[in-house]
Design a protein around this ligand. Structure first.
Ligand SMILES: [Zn+2]
Length: 271
């Protein structure tokens, strides 16, 4: 049963903290457009050392203005916070489990199984579309690609494939996975995608810009924004090839104010 109302007032942003256990919660940013429309959920940090999606969502959460959006954008920049702070490759350090192998979740299970259950209960029911951003883990280096599910209801598969086709990525890969965050969502009737970009515990401004662009592309596909207006603004940003190493990323995100470039901020990471 749902315990949270995953909404903000029209034209506003709000942060909702989904409690999992006494030590674990999931922080969610809801950006509520002024006009009605689809609800898109975009997540990152299912794996705690995959930084590009996390930083892309953190920046988008600050930069996107609700008045430019139709519908609702729900962002979860770091699904697995314990894994992020521990620098734990692919797992949650409390139970050693990989969240992307633990769906469907268990209410009375380990912390990772409980996180899965909370996501199923609170996030799936409100999502018209779900996109999960991965970053190639510290032992991987991924050419950018998108997985879309194909062993699912035809309508879900077609919508997911349509969403994948709207993204500027070089490869689209059919997936038969069923026990991950996005893949179980597809089994539950929600069009869902998993993107991969980067790896080795690194990030670059160019990769972050590319992920931000992918989110905007899907929002445009779902008629939540006008792409032309948004992407032109986005493309004005300087693109730098600087690559940060693991510790810089972690401390950089923790000291997020130093990275803020937007004039309008939402109090998210400092909560
Ligand atoms: Zn991953």
């Amino acid at each position: 049963m749902r315990q949270y109302d995953m909404k903000a007032a029209p034209g506003e942003k709000t942060v909702i903290e989904l409690k999992v256990t006494d030590q674990t919660s999931i922080r969610v940013l809801v950006i509520e457009g002024k006009e009605p429309g689809k609800t898109l959920v975009v997540t990152a940090g299912v794996h705690g050392c995959e930084y590009i999606g996390m930083e892309a969502l953190r920046q988008l959460g600050q930069e996107l203005e609700p008045e430019n959006i139709s519908g609702r954008l729900i962002l979860i920049p770091v699904v697995n916070e314990a894994g992020f702070y521990a620098g734990a490759r692919q797992v949650n350090p409390f139970d050693g489990k990989n969240l992307n192998r633990e769906f469907p979740g268990k209410e009375d299970g380990t912390v990772t199984q409980r996180i899965a259950k909370v996501l199923e209960q609170e996030i799936y029911p409100v999502a018209d579309f779900l996109m999960d951003l991965h970053g190639g883990d510290v032992n991987e280096k991924a050419t950018p690609f998108v997985y879309f599910p194909y062993e699912t209801e035809e309508a879900v598969r077609d919508q997911a494939r349509g969403g994948a086709a709207s993204l500027s990525l070089p490869y689209r890969v059919r997936s038969s996975a069923k026990n991950g965050f996005y893949s179980w969502a597809a089994q539950c009737g929600i069009p869902a995608l998993l993107l991969e970009r980067g790896g080795q515990g690194m990030w670059s401004e160019r990769e972050i810009e590319a992920y931000k662009e992918n989110v905007l592309e899907l929002m445009a596909h779902l008629k939540m924004i006008e792409m032309k207006k948004m992407s032109q603004k986005n493309r004005k940003r300087s693109v730098s090839p600087i690559t940060w190493k693991h510790q810089n990323v972690v401390s950089g995100i923790r000291r997020s104010k130093k990275l803020v470039r937007s004039s309008k901020k939402v109090n998210f990471w400092d909560n």
